[in-house]
Design a protein around this ligand. Structure first.
Ligand SMILES: *[C@@H]1O[C@H](CO)[C@@H](O)[C@H](O)[C@H]1NC(C)=O
Ligand SMILES: *[C@@H]1O[C@H](CO)[C@@H](O)[C@H](O)[C@H]1NC(C)=O
Ligand SMILES: *[C@@H]1O[C@H](CO)[C@@H](O)[C@H](O)[C@H]1NC(C)=O
Ligand SMILES: *[C@@H]1O[C@H](CO)[C@@H](O)[C@H](O)[C@H]1NC(C)=O
Ligand SMILES: *[C@@H]1O[C@H](CO)[C@@H](O)[C@H](O)[C@H]1NC(C)=O
Ligand SMILES: *[C@@H]1O[C@H](CO)[C@@H](O)[C@H](O)[C@H]1NC(C)=O
Ligand SMILES: *[C@@H]1O[C@H](CO)[C@@H](O)[C@H](O)[C@H]1NC(C)=O
Length: 497
Protein backbone atom coordinates (compact mmCIF):
# COMPACT_ATOMS: atom_id res chain seq x y z
CA UNK A 1 0.00 0.00 0.00
CA UNK A 2 1.36 3.36 -1.02
CA UNK A 3 1.49 5.98 1.67
CA UNK A 4 1.73 9.65 1.05
CA UNK A 5 2.16 12.35 3.53
CA UNK A 6 -0.43 15.02 3.14
CA UNK A 7 -0.14 18.56 4.23
CA UNK A 8 -3.49 19.85 5.27
CA UNK A 9 -3.75 23.44 6.28
CA UNK A 10 -6.43 25.88 7.14
CA UNK A 11 -6.86 28.70 4.74
CA UNK A 12 -5.54 31.35 7.08
CA UNK A 13 -2.09 29.80 7.34
CA UNK A 14 0.65 30.59 4.95
CA UNK A 15 2.28 27.59 3.41
CA UNK A 16 5.35 27.68 1.35
CA UNK A 17 5.89 24.85 -1.09
CA UNK A 18 6.69 26.07 -4.56
CA UNK A 19 4.95 23.97 -7.15
CA UNK A 20 2.16 21.54 -7.91
CA UNK A 21 2.63 17.98 -6.80
CA UNK A 22 3.31 15.34 -9.44
CA UNK A 23 3.25 11.52 -9.53
CA UNK A 24 6.90 11.66 -8.47
CA UNK A 25 6.17 13.71 -5.35
CA UNK A 26 5.98 11.92 -2.03
CA UNK A 27 3.31 14.30 -0.80
CA UNK A 28 0.50 16.50 -2.03
CA UNK A 29 -1.19 19.55 -0.56
CA UNK A 30 -4.86 19.32 0.34
CA UNK A 31 -7.17 21.86 1.92
CA UNK A 32 -10.52 21.19 3.53
CA UNK A 33 -12.84 24.05 4.28
CA UNK A 34 -15.02 24.36 7.37
CA UNK A 35 -17.63 26.72 6.03
CA UNK A 36 -20.37 28.71 7.69
CA UNK A 37 -22.90 29.09 4.92
CA UNK A 38 -25.26 31.90 4.09
CA UNK A 39 -28.69 31.37 2.56
CA UNK A 40 -27.67 33.46 -0.41
CA UNK A 41 -26.28 31.15 -3.09
CA UNK A 42 -24.71 34.04 -5.01
CA UNK A 43 -22.86 35.02 -1.86
CA UNK A 44 -21.77 31.42 -1.20
CA UNK A 45 -20.49 31.16 -4.76
CA UNK A 46 -18.47 34.35 -4.38
CA UNK A 47 -17.05 33.05 -1.11
CA UNK A 48 -16.21 29.67 -2.66
CA UNK A 49 -14.35 31.34 -5.52
CA UNK A 50 -12.39 33.47 -3.10
CA UNK A 51 -11.41 30.38 -1.09
CA UNK A 52 -10.35 28.56 -4.26
CA UNK A 53 -8.05 31.47 -5.06
CA UNK A 54 -6.65 31.60 -1.52
CA UNK A 55 -6.00 27.86 -1.52
CA UNK A 56 -4.24 28.08 -4.88
CA UNK A 57 -2.05 30.91 -3.62
CA UNK A 58 -0.80 28.43 -1.03
CA UNK A 59 -0.03 25.81 -3.69
CA UNK A 60 -2.92 23.56 -2.79
CA UNK A 61 -3.41 20.65 -5.18
CA UNK A 62 -6.96 19.87 -4.10
CA UNK A 63 -9.60 21.81 -2.16
CA UNK A 64 -12.66 20.12 -0.63
CA UNK A 65 -15.87 21.97 0.29
CA UNK A 66 -18.48 20.62 2.75
CA UNK A 67 -21.96 19.24 2.17
CA UNK A 68 -24.91 21.49 1.22
CA UNK A 69 -23.23 24.80 1.88
CA UNK A 70 -23.40 26.21 -1.65
CA UNK A 71 -26.94 25.86 -2.95
CA UNK A 72 -30.08 26.08 -0.88
CA UNK A 73 -33.18 26.15 -3.12
CA UNK A 74 -31.19 26.06 -6.36
CA UNK A 75 -30.93 22.82 -8.31
CA UNK A 76 -28.21 22.28 -10.84
CA UNK A 77 -28.08 20.07 -13.90
CA UNK A 78 -24.79 18.10 -14.13
CA UNK A 79 -25.03 16.18 -17.44
CA UNK A 80 -21.88 14.11 -17.07
CA UNK A 81 -23.07 11.49 -19.58
CA UNK A 82 -24.50 14.15 -21.89
CA UNK A 83 -23.22 17.62 -22.78
CA UNK A 84 -20.22 17.35 -20.45
CA UNK A 85 -18.89 14.43 -22.49
CA UNK A 86 -18.46 16.69 -25.47
CA UNK A 87 -17.78 19.89 -23.52
CA UNK A 88 -16.15 18.90 -20.23
CA UNK A 89 -15.08 22.45 -19.26
CA UNK A 90 -18.17 24.55 -18.46
CA UNK A 91 -16.04 27.73 -18.29
CA UNK A 92 -15.39 27.40 -22.02
CA UNK A 93 -19.10 26.99 -22.86
CA UNK A 94 -20.90 29.31 -20.46
CA UNK A 95 -24.06 29.29 -22.57
CA UNK A 96 -24.49 25.51 -22.17
CA UNK A 97 -24.26 25.15 -18.39
CA UNK A 98 -25.58 26.51 -15.11
CA UNK A 99 -23.75 29.67 -13.96
CA UNK A 100 -22.58 27.91 -10.81
CA UNK A 101 -20.77 25.21 -12.80
CA UNK A 102 -19.36 27.82 -15.18
CA UNK A 103 -17.99 29.97 -12.37
CA UNK A 104 -16.52 27.07 -10.37
CA UNK A 105 -14.99 25.59 -13.52
CA UNK A 106 -13.47 28.98 -14.29
CA UNK A 107 -12.07 29.28 -10.76
CA UNK A 108 -10.53 25.78 -10.85
CA UNK A 109 -9.07 26.45 -14.30
CA UNK A 110 -7.80 29.93 -13.55
CA UNK A 111 -6.18 28.74 -10.32
CA UNK A 112 -4.92 25.40 -11.65
CA UNK A 113 -6.41 23.39 -8.78
CA UNK A 114 -8.69 20.38 -8.18
CA UNK A 115 -11.97 21.34 -6.50
CA UNK A 116 -14.63 19.10 -4.92
CA UNK A 117 -18.01 20.73 -4.22
CA UNK A 118 -21.33 19.39 -3.03
CA UNK A 119 -24.59 20.71 -4.45
CA UNK A 120 -28.22 19.93 -5.08
CA UNK A 121 -28.50 18.30 -8.50
CA UNK A 122 -31.57 18.09 -10.70
CA UNK A 123 -32.18 15.57 -13.49
CA UNK A 124 -35.21 15.97 -15.73
CA UNK A 125 -35.74 12.56 -17.31
CA UNK A 126 -37.93 13.93 -20.08
CA UNK A 127 -34.73 15.55 -21.42
CA UNK A 128 -31.85 13.47 -20.07
CA UNK A 129 -31.90 10.71 -22.68
CA UNK A 130 -28.32 9.62 -21.96
CA UNK A 131 -29.00 9.04 -18.22
CA UNK A 132 -30.40 6.04 -16.36
CA UNK A 133 -34.02 6.97 -15.66
CA UNK A 134 -36.32 4.36 -14.12
CA UNK A 135 -39.23 6.80 -14.36
CA UNK A 136 -40.01 9.69 -16.65
CA UNK A 137 -39.85 12.35 -13.96
CA UNK A 138 -37.58 14.90 -12.34
CA UNK A 139 -35.10 13.64 -9.73
CA UNK A 140 -33.20 15.70 -7.18
CA UNK A 141 -29.91 14.42 -5.73
CA UNK A 142 -27.33 15.34 -3.10
CA UNK A 143 -24.25 15.36 -5.33
CA UNK A 144 -20.48 15.83 -5.24
CA UNK A 145 -18.96 17.37 -8.36
CA UNK A 146 -15.21 17.23 -9.04
CA UNK A 147 -13.32 19.74 -11.21
CA UNK A 148 -9.75 19.12 -12.37
CA UNK A 149 -7.09 21.79 -12.88
CA UNK A 150 -8.38 22.62 -16.36
CA UNK A 151 -11.88 23.26 -15.02
CA UNK A 152 -13.20 20.03 -16.53
CA UNK A 153 -15.84 18.12 -14.56
CA UNK A 154 -14.26 14.69 -14.07
CA UNK A 155 -16.64 13.03 -11.60
CA UNK A 156 -20.17 13.22 -10.27
CA UNK A 157 -21.17 11.23 -7.19
CA UNK A 158 -24.76 11.03 -5.94
CA UNK A 159 -25.30 10.32 -2.24
CA UNK A 160 -26.50 6.75 -1.82
CA UNK A 161 -27.56 6.90 1.84
CA UNK A 162 -29.73 9.93 2.54
CA UNK A 163 -30.16 11.02 6.14
CA UNK A 164 -33.90 11.57 5.87
CA UNK A 165 -33.60 14.36 3.27
CA UNK A 166 -37.09 13.61 2.03
CA UNK A 167 -36.94 16.42 -0.51
CA UNK A 168 -34.25 14.54 -2.42
CA UNK A 169 -33.75 11.15 -4.11
CA UNK A 170 -31.07 8.64 -3.23
CA UNK A 171 -28.72 7.68 -6.08
CA UNK A 172 -30.65 5.52 -8.55
CA UNK A 173 -27.76 3.05 -8.76
CA UNK A 174 -25.05 2.46 -6.14
CA UNK A 175 -22.32 4.09 -8.25
CA UNK A 176 -19.07 4.85 -6.44
CA UNK A 177 -17.30 8.22 -6.54
CA UNK A 178 -13.76 7.80 -7.83
CA UNK A 179 -11.28 9.97 -9.73
CA UNK A 180 -7.60 10.06 -10.66
CA UNK A 181 -5.33 13.06 -10.35
CA UNK A 182 -2.21 14.29 -12.14
CA UNK A 183 -0.25 13.79 -8.90
CA UNK A 184 -0.71 10.05 -8.98
CA UNK A 185 -3.39 9.65 -6.31
CA UNK A 186 -6.79 8.08 -6.96
CA UNK A 187 -9.42 9.43 -4.59
CA UNK A 188 -12.67 7.83 -3.52
CA UNK A 189 -15.34 10.20 -2.29
CA UNK A 190 -18.73 10.04 -0.62
CA UNK A 191 -21.11 12.12 1.49
CA UNK A 192 -21.98 12.26 5.21
CA UNK A 193 -24.34 9.38 6.23
CA UNK A 194 -22.71 7.23 3.50
CA UNK A 195 -19.90 6.71 6.02
CA UNK A 196 -22.10 4.26 7.94
CA UNK A 197 -22.69 1.81 5.10
CA UNK A 198 -20.91 -0.98 3.30
CA UNK A 199 -21.73 0.70 -0.01
CA UNK A 200 -19.97 3.03 -0.47
CA UNK A 201 -17.77 3.49 2.65
CA UNK A 202 -16.17 0.05 2.78
CA UNK A 203 -16.57 -0.96 -0.84
CA UNK A 204 -14.95 2.08 -2.43
CA UNK A 205 -11.69 1.49 -0.53
CA UNK A 206 -11.46 -2.28 -0.64
CA UNK A 207 -12.67 -2.83 -4.19
CA UNK A 208 -10.23 -0.30 -5.61
CA UNK A 209 -7.37 -0.56 -3.10
CA UNK A 210 -7.58 3.13 -2.30
CA UNK A 211 -5.41 5.02 0.18
CA UNK A 212 -7.12 8.42 -0.01
CA UNK A 213 -10.74 9.35 0.71
CA UNK A 214 -12.62 12.65 0.39
CA UNK A 215 -15.65 13.24 2.59
CA UNK A 216 -18.07 16.15 2.43
CA UNK A 217 -20.40 16.34 5.37
CA UNK A 218 -22.83 18.13 7.65
CA UNK A 219 -22.53 15.55 10.40
CA UNK A 220 -25.14 15.17 13.15
CA UNK A 221 -23.03 14.08 16.10
CA UNK A 222 -24.27 11.48 18.57
CA UNK A 223 -22.54 10.49 21.81
CA UNK A 224 -20.91 8.25 22.79
CA UNK A 225 -19.75 6.55 19.54
CA UNK A 226 -20.72 8.73 16.62
CA UNK A 227 -19.55 12.27 17.18
CA UNK A 228 -18.03 13.73 14.04
CA UNK A 229 -14.28 13.66 14.62
CA UNK A 230 -14.50 10.43 16.60
CA UNK A 231 -16.11 8.25 13.94
CA UNK A 232 -14.26 9.87 11.06
CA UNK A 233 -10.91 9.25 12.70
CA UNK A 234 -11.98 5.71 13.60
CA UNK A 235 -12.84 5.07 9.95
CA UNK A 236 -9.52 6.48 8.72
CA UNK A 237 -7.65 4.31 11.24
CA UNK A 238 -9.56 1.08 10.62
CA UNK A 239 -9.44 1.49 6.84
CA UNK A 240 -5.84 2.69 6.85
CA UNK A 241 -6.47 5.68 4.60
CA UNK A 242 -5.74 9.38 4.38
CA UNK A 243 -9.07 11.04 5.04
CA UNK A 244 -9.95 14.55 3.86
CA UNK A 245 -13.13 15.62 5.63
CA UNK A 246 -14.84 18.96 4.99
CA UNK A 247 -17.68 19.75 7.39
CA UNK A 248 -20.40 22.35 7.41
CA UNK A 249 -20.28 24.45 10.51
CA UNK A 250 -23.49 24.77 12.49
CA UNK A 251 -23.40 24.31 16.26
CA UNK A 252 -27.20 24.22 16.40
CA UNK A 253 -27.46 20.99 14.46
CA UNK A 254 -24.51 19.29 16.15
CA UNK A 255 -22.68 19.27 12.88
CA UNK A 256 -19.58 21.12 13.98
CA UNK A 257 -16.96 20.29 11.48
CA UNK A 258 -14.39 17.59 12.02
CA UNK A 259 -11.77 20.10 10.93
CA UNK A 260 -8.67 19.08 12.85
CA UNK A 261 -7.31 22.60 12.72
CA UNK A 262 -10.12 25.08 13.04
CA UNK A 263 -12.12 23.19 15.59
CA UNK A 264 -12.18 24.67 19.06
CA UNK A 265 -11.59 21.83 21.50
CA UNK A 266 -13.07 23.78 24.40
CA UNK A 267 -16.23 24.75 22.55
CA UNK A 268 -19.01 24.03 25.00
CA UNK A 269 -21.81 25.60 22.98
CA UNK A 270 -21.81 22.55 20.76
CA UNK A 271 -24.91 20.48 21.34
CA UNK A 272 -24.37 16.72 21.01
CA UNK A 273 -27.18 14.21 20.65
CA UNK A 274 -27.13 11.12 22.84
CA UNK A 275 -27.69 7.51 21.94
CA UNK A 276 -30.86 6.96 23.98
CA UNK A 277 -30.76 3.17 23.58
CA UNK A 278 -27.53 2.89 25.50
CA UNK A 279 -29.07 2.61 29.01
CA UNK A 280 -31.08 -0.43 27.91
CA UNK A 281 -28.00 -2.41 26.81
CA UNK A 282 -26.24 -4.94 29.03
CA UNK A 283 -23.92 -3.00 31.33
CA UNK A 284 -21.93 -2.92 34.53
CA UNK A 285 -20.85 -0.04 36.78
CA UNK A 286 -17.09 0.32 37.19
CA UNK A 287 -15.72 0.80 40.69
CA UNK A 288 -12.51 2.47 41.87
CA UNK A 289 -9.49 0.17 41.83
CA UNK A 290 -8.79 -2.91 39.75
CA UNK A 291 -11.46 -5.10 38.18
CA UNK A 292 -11.65 -7.76 35.53
CA UNK A 293 -14.91 -9.20 34.20
CA UNK A 294 -16.78 -10.41 31.12
CA UNK A 295 -20.02 -9.09 29.63
CA UNK A 296 -21.87 -11.16 27.03
CA UNK A 297 -24.70 -10.35 24.64
CA UNK A 298 -25.73 -13.15 22.27
CA UNK A 299 -22.61 -13.98 20.21
CA UNK A 300 -20.42 -11.11 21.36
CA UNK A 301 -18.33 -11.30 24.47
CA UNK A 302 -16.25 -8.52 26.01
CA UNK A 303 -13.46 -9.11 28.47
CA UNK A 304 -12.69 -5.92 30.42
CA UNK A 305 -9.55 -5.29 32.46
CA UNK A 306 -9.71 -1.91 34.19
CA UNK A 307 -7.84 0.01 36.85
CA UNK A 308 -9.45 3.24 37.95
CA UNK A 309 -7.99 5.83 40.30
CA UNK A 310 -10.36 8.21 42.00
CA UNK A 311 -8.31 11.39 41.95
CA UNK A 312 -10.43 13.53 44.19
CA UNK A 313 -12.22 11.60 46.96
CA UNK A 314 -13.77 14.81 48.28
CA UNK A 315 -15.72 15.01 45.01
CA UNK A 316 -16.72 11.40 45.29
CA UNK A 317 -20.45 11.98 45.29
CA UNK A 318 -20.63 14.27 42.30
CA UNK A 319 -17.88 12.70 40.17
CA UNK A 320 -18.93 11.17 36.84
CA UNK A 321 -19.17 7.39 36.86
CA UNK A 322 -18.29 4.85 34.17
CA UNK A 323 -20.20 1.87 32.83
CA UNK A 324 -19.00 -0.99 30.67
CA UNK A 325 -21.34 -2.06 27.84
CA UNK A 326 -21.80 -4.95 25.45
CA UNK A 327 -24.15 -5.03 22.48
CA UNK A 328 -24.92 -7.51 19.72
CA UNK A 329 -27.89 -6.08 17.87
CA UNK A 330 -29.11 -3.22 15.73
CA UNK A 331 -29.81 0.51 15.91
CA UNK A 332 -32.19 2.51 13.76
CA UNK A 333 -31.44 5.88 12.20
CA UNK A 334 -33.99 7.57 9.92
CA UNK A 335 -35.70 4.27 9.05
CA UNK A 336 -32.41 2.48 8.43
CA UNK A 337 -31.83 -0.42 10.77
CA UNK A 338 -28.10 -1.13 11.01
CA UNK A 339 -26.23 -4.04 12.60
CA UNK A 340 -24.01 -3.04 15.52
CA UNK A 341 -21.70 -5.03 17.80
CA UNK A 342 -19.75 -3.26 20.51
CA UNK A 343 -17.72 -3.49 23.70
CA UNK A 344 -17.15 -0.16 25.41
CA UNK A 345 -16.64 1.93 28.53
CA UNK A 346 -18.68 5.14 28.70
CA UNK A 347 -18.84 8.09 31.13
CA UNK A 348 -22.16 8.71 32.90
CA UNK A 349 -23.52 11.45 35.13
CA UNK A 350 -23.99 9.25 38.20
CA UNK A 351 -24.34 5.60 39.14
CA UNK A 352 -27.65 5.18 37.34
CA UNK A 353 -27.20 3.73 33.84
CA UNK A 354 -30.01 6.04 32.70
CA UNK A 355 -27.51 8.91 33.03
CA UNK A 356 -25.29 7.52 30.24
CA UNK A 357 -23.66 8.92 28.22
CA UNK A 358 -22.38 12.06 29.90
CA UNK A 359 -19.83 14.50 28.53
CA UNK A 360 -18.08 15.87 31.59
CA UNK A 361 -16.29 19.19 31.64
CA UNK A 362 -12.61 19.84 32.20
CA UNK A 363 -13.21 20.62 35.89
CA UNK A 364 -14.93 17.25 36.39
CA UNK A 365 -11.94 15.09 35.45
CA UNK A 366 -11.88 13.16 38.72
CA UNK A 367 -11.23 9.68 37.37
CA UNK A 368 -8.03 8.35 35.92
CA UNK A 369 -7.89 5.19 33.86
CA UNK A 370 -4.54 3.71 34.75
CA UNK A 371 -5.35 0.54 32.83
CA UNK A 372 -8.07 -0.11 30.32
CA UNK A 373 -8.10 -3.14 28.10
CA UNK A 374 -10.97 -4.65 26.13
CA UNK A 375 -10.82 -8.04 24.43
CA UNK A 376 -13.77 -8.60 22.14
CA UNK A 377 -14.66 -12.05 20.85
CA UNK A 378 -17.01 -11.58 17.94
CA UNK A 379 -18.11 -12.35 14.39
CA UNK A 380 -15.13 -12.67 12.08
CA UNK A 381 -14.71 -10.39 9.11
CA UNK A 382 -16.03 -12.08 6.06
CA UNK A 383 -15.23 -11.15 2.50
CA UNK A 384 -18.17 -10.39 0.23
CA UNK A 385 -17.07 -11.49 -3.22
CA UNK A 386 -19.96 -9.89 -5.07
CA UNK A 387 -19.27 -6.47 -3.54
CA UNK A 388 -15.47 -7.00 -3.27
CA UNK A 389 -15.35 -5.88 0.35
CA UNK A 390 -15.91 -7.04 3.92
CA UNK A 391 -19.33 -7.71 5.45
CA UNK A 392 -18.09 -6.66 8.91
CA UNK A 393 -15.91 -3.76 10.00
CA UNK A 394 -14.69 -2.95 13.53
CA UNK A 395 -13.42 0.43 14.63
CA UNK A 396 -11.26 1.54 17.55
CA UNK A 397 -13.59 4.21 18.86
CA UNK A 398 -12.80 6.84 21.48
CA UNK A 399 -13.80 10.30 22.57
CA UNK A 400 -12.23 12.59 25.14
CA UNK A 401 -13.95 15.37 27.08
CA UNK A 402 -12.74 17.85 24.45
CA UNK A 403 -14.54 15.73 21.82
CA UNK A 404 -11.32 14.62 20.17
CA UNK A 405 -10.40 10.94 19.97
CA UNK A 406 -7.29 9.47 21.56
CA UNK A 407 -4.05 9.99 19.69
CA UNK A 408 -3.00 6.84 17.88
CA UNK A 409 0.12 6.34 20.01
CA UNK A 410 -2.01 6.32 23.16
CA UNK A 411 -3.59 2.96 22.32
CA UNK A 412 -3.01 -0.34 20.57
CA UNK A 413 -5.60 -2.03 18.41
CA UNK A 414 -5.02 -5.58 17.20
CA UNK A 415 -7.09 -8.22 15.48
CA UNK A 416 -6.61 -11.95 15.75
CA UNK A 417 -5.43 -13.94 12.80
CA UNK A 418 -5.16 -17.71 12.87
CA UNK A 419 -5.43 -17.76 16.63
CA UNK A 420 -2.78 -15.13 17.36
CA UNK A 421 -3.03 -11.38 17.50
CA UNK A 422 -1.82 -9.50 14.46
CA UNK A 423 -1.66 -5.77 13.94
CA UNK A 424 -4.03 -4.04 11.59
CA UNK A 425 -2.71 -3.50 8.12
CA UNK A 426 -1.89 -7.15 7.55
CA UNK A 427 -4.22 -7.95 4.68
CA UNK A 428 -6.42 -10.86 5.53
CA UNK A 429 -7.26 -13.40 2.94
CA UNK A 430 -11.00 -13.88 2.58
CA UNK A 431 -10.83 -17.67 2.38
CA UNK A 432 -8.82 -17.97 5.61
CA UNK A 433 -11.06 -15.73 7.68
CA UNK A 434 -14.21 -17.38 6.37
CA UNK A 435 -13.27 -20.74 7.87
CA UNK A 436 -12.75 -19.22 11.32
CA UNK A 437 -15.87 -18.90 13.41
CA UNK A 438 -14.61 -16.21 15.82
CA UNK A 439 -12.45 -13.14 15.71
CA UNK A 440 -10.62 -11.58 18.65
CA UNK A 441 -9.92 -7.90 18.88
CA UNK A 442 -7.77 -6.19 21.48
CA UNK A 443 -8.12 -2.48 22.22
CA UNK A 444 -5.85 -1.25 24.94
CA UNK A 445 -5.00 2.11 26.47
CA UNK A 446 -1.23 2.70 26.51
CA UNK A 447 -1.12 6.00 28.40
CA UNK A 448 -3.07 6.64 31.61
CA UNK A 449 -5.74 9.29 31.05
CA UNK A 450 -8.52 11.13 32.85
CA UNK A 451 -10.03 12.57 29.71
CA UNK A 452 -12.10 9.62 28.42
CA UNK A 453 -15.82 9.97 27.69
CA UNK A 454 -15.90 6.72 25.73
CA UNK A 455 -13.51 3.97 24.74
CA UNK A 456 -14.58 0.90 22.83
CA UNK A 457 -14.58 -1.41 19.86
CA UNK A 458 -17.54 -0.40 17.69
CA UNK A 459 -18.43 -2.76 14.87
CA UNK A 460 -20.74 -2.67 11.90
CA UNK A 461 -22.41 -5.93 10.87
CA UNK A 462 -23.60 -4.97 7.40
CA UNK A 463 -25.48 -8.19 6.64
CA UNK A 464 -27.93 -7.28 9.41
CA UNK A 465 -28.90 -3.98 7.77
CA UNK A 466 -32.55 -3.51 6.87
CA UNK A 467 -33.88 -0.68 4.78
CA UNK A 468 -37.65 -0.50 5.14
CA UNK A 469 -38.13 1.77 2.07
CA UNK A 470 -41.34 3.17 3.48
CA UNK A 471 -43.46 5.55 1.45
CA UNK A 472 -42.59 9.12 2.35
CA UNK A 473 -45.63 10.75 3.92
CA UNK A 474 -46.63 14.40 3.81
CA UNK A 475 -45.66 14.54 7.46
CA UNK A 476 -42.14 13.14 6.87
CA UNK A 477 -41.70 15.78 4.24
CA UNK A 478 -43.01 18.56 6.45
CA UNK A 479 -40.79 17.50 9.36
CA UNK A 480 -37.76 17.35 7.13
CA UNK A 481 -38.42 20.79 5.66
CA UNK A 482 -38.64 22.08 9.23
CA UNK A 483 -35.24 20.58 10.06
CA UNK A 484 -33.77 22.27 6.99
CA UNK A 485 -35.32 25.53 8.10
CA UNK A 486 -33.60 25.23 11.47
CA UNK A 487 -30.31 24.41 9.79
CA UNK A 488 -30.52 27.42 7.52
CA UNK A 489 -32.52 29.82 9.67
CA UNK A 490 -29.59 31.59 11.23
CA UNK A 491 -27.38 31.25 8.22
CA UNK A 492 -27.86 34.86 7.17
CA UNK A 493 -26.27 36.00 10.40
CA UNK A 494 -22.90 34.74 9.21
CA UNK A 495 -20.65 37.19 7.52
CA UNK A 496 -17.38 36.50 5.81
CA UNK A 497 -14.48 38.69 6.84
C1 LIG B 1 -26.98 37.84 -2.46
O1 LIG B 1 -25.62 38.15 -2.49
C2 LIG B 1 -25.25 38.96 -3.60
C3 LIG B 1 -23.73 39.06 -3.61
O2 LIG B 1 -23.27 39.49 -2.37
C4 LIG B 1 -25.95 40.31 -3.50
O3 LIG B 1 -25.61 41.12 -4.61
C5 LIG B 1 -27.45 40.07 -3.46
O4 LIG B 1 -28.12 41.31 -3.24
C6 LIG B 1 -27.82 39.09 -2.35
N1 LIG B 1 -29.22 38.75 -2.47
C7 LIG B 1 -30.05 38.82 -1.43
C8 LIG B 1 -31.47 38.42 -1.70
O5 LIG B 1 -29.70 39.19 -0.33
C1 LIG C 1 -41.68 12.01 -20.67
O1 LIG C 1 -42.66 12.96 -20.24
C2 LIG C 1 -42.76 14.10 -21.09
C3 LIG C 1 -43.79 15.03 -20.51
O2 LIG C 1 -43.54 15.28 -19.18
C4 LIG C 1 -43.12 13.68 -22.50
O3 LIG C 1 -43.10 14.82 -23.35
C5 LIG C 1 -42.12 12.66 -23.02
O4 LIG C 1 -42.53 12.18 -24.27
C6 LIG C 1 -42.00 11.50 -22.05
N1 LIG C 1 -40.92 10.62 -22.50
C7 LIG C 1 -41.05 9.31 -22.55
C8 LIG C 1 -39.85 8.55 -23.02
O5 LIG C 1 -42.08 8.75 -22.24
C1 LIG D 1 -6.15 -4.77 -5.23
O1 LIG D 1 -5.13 -5.52 -4.62
C2 LIG D 1 -5.32 -6.90 -4.72
C3 LIG D 1 -4.27 -7.61 -3.90
O2 LIG D 1 -3.13 -6.82 -3.73
C4 LIG D 1 -5.28 -7.32 -6.21
O3 LIG D 1 -5.50 -8.70 -6.33
C5 LIG D 1 -6.38 -6.56 -6.95
O4 LIG D 1 -6.31 -6.82 -8.33
C6 LIG D 1 -6.26 -5.06 -6.73
N1 LIG D 1 -7.43 -4.42 -7.29
C7 LIG D 1 -7.37 -3.28 -7.97
C8 LIG D 1 -8.67 -2.74 -8.47
O5 LIG D 1 -6.33 -2.69 -8.16
C1 LIG E 1 -15.11 7.50 47.54
O1 LIG E 1 -13.86 7.74 48.16
C2 LIG E 1 -13.42 6.73 49.04
C3 LIG E 1 -12.12 7.19 49.64
O2 LIG E 1 -11.14 7.43 48.66
C4 LIG E 1 -13.28 5.42 48.31
O3 LIG E 1 -12.89 4.41 49.19
C5 LIG E 1 -14.60 5.06 47.67
O4 LIG E 1 -14.49 3.89 46.93
C6 LIG E 1 -15.05 6.19 46.76
N1 LIG E 1 -16.34 5.87 46.19
C7 LIG E 1 -16.63 6.02 44.91
C8 LIG E 1 -17.99 5.62 44.48
O5 LIG E 1 -15.84 6.50 44.12
C1 LIG F 1 -28.54 10.72 37.77
O1 LIG F 1 -28.47 11.77 36.82
C2 LIG F 1 -29.65 11.99 36.11
C3 LIG F 1 -29.37 13.05 35.08
O2 LIG F 1 -28.55 12.56 34.09
C4 LIG F 1 -30.76 12.38 37.06
O3 LIG F 1 -31.96 12.56 36.35
C5 LIG F 1 -30.95 11.31 38.10
O4 LIG F 1 -31.88 11.71 39.06
C6 LIG F 1 -29.62 10.99 38.79
N1 LIG F 1 -29.80 9.82 39.61
C7 LIG F 1 -29.25 9.70 40.80
C8 LIG F 1 -29.51 8.42 41.51
O5 LIG F 1 -28.61 10.61 41.29
C1 LIG G 1 -22.80 -9.18 0.03
O1 LIG G 1 -23.49 -8.05 0.57
C2 LIG G 1 -24.83 -7.94 0.16
C3 LIG G 1 -25.35 -6.63 0.73
O2 LIG G 1 -25.09 -6.55 2.11
C4 LIG G 1 -25.61 -9.12 0.64
O3 LIG G 1 -26.94 -9.03 0.21
C5 LIG G 1 -24.98 -10.39 0.11
O4 LIG G 1 -25.62 -11.52 0.65
C6 LIG G 1 -23.51 -10.45 0.48
N1 LIG G 1 -22.88 -11.57 -0.18
C7 LIG G 1 -21.96 -12.33 0.41
C8 LIG G 1 -21.37 -13.41 -0.42
O5 LIG G 1 -21.61 -12.14 1.57
C1 LIG H 1 -28.54 28.78 17.29
O1 LIG H 1 -29.89 28.95 17.64
C2 LIG H 1 -30.11 30.02 18.54
C3 LIG H 1 -31.58 30.00 18.92
O2 LIG H 1 -32.38 29.83 17.77
C4 LIG H 1 -29.72 31.33 17.87
O3 LIG H 1 -29.91 32.40 18.75
C5 LIG H 1 -28.24 31.25 17.49
O4 LIG H 1 -27.89 32.41 16.77
C6 LIG H 1 -28.00 30.03 16.63
N1 LIG H 1 -26.57 29.92 16.43
C7 LIG H 1 -26.05 29.71 15.23
C8 LIG H 1 -24.56 29.68 15.18
O5 LIG H 1 -26.72 29.54 14.24
Amino acid sequence: MKWREILIFSLCLICCSEQRSSPGSDSYVAAVLEYQFTRNTTQNLQNYIQYIQEAAEQDTDILVFPEMTLTRGEKINVPIHGLLKMFPVPALHPDLFDTILVELSGAARHNNIYVVVNLQEVMDCSKATEEYCPENKTYIFNTNVVFDRTGAIIDRYRKINLFGEYTRNAALKPELGLFETDFGVTFGHFICFDLMFQVPATQVIQKHNLTDIIFSTMWFSEMPFLTAIQIQEAYAYAMNVNFLAAGADNVNVTSKSPGPIYDDPEASKLHLNKDLRLPSEISRLLTPGHQEFVLIDRDVSCHFRVKINQLSPENNDTAPRFFAFVKDGSNTYVQRQIGVALCAVVACRNDSVASCPYRFAKNEMFTEFEELEIKMTTYPSQYNSSLSCDNTVYYPNSMRYNKFPLRSNDFIYEKSQNGRLASRGNKQDGANTKSKPREQILYKLMTPTKELISFGIWGRLYLRDIYAHKEITEEDLKNYVEIENVIYSNADLYKID
